[in-house]
Design a protein around this ligand. Structure first.
Ligand SMILES: [Zn+2]
Length: 68
């Protein structure tokens, strides 16, 4: 079951987020915890960190931003 989510425009560090693939400017967001099984190859310092995902509404390209 997927919840319908509104896409929106986002800014990161004062710059508008734009898809590098299709130049679309509207994204969906989701948060992913980095300590899930299968993600451990990234290294221990990633454990228990949350990542913000921005998913291009148009082509599905996914940005990953780690929260510090
Ligand atoms: Zn795109």
């Amino acid at each position: 079951m997927r919840k319908k989510q509104e896409s929106s425009e986002y800014k990161v560090k004062g710059k508008r987020l734009e898809c590098p693939i299709c130049n679309h400017k509207r994204f969906y967001t989701k948060k992913t915890l980095m300590n899930t099984p299968g993600m451990t190859f990234f290294g221990l310092e990633w454990a228990n960190k949350e990542a913000n995902n921005y998913i291009c509404e148009n082509c599905g390209y996914v940005y990953w931003f780690l929260e510090r």
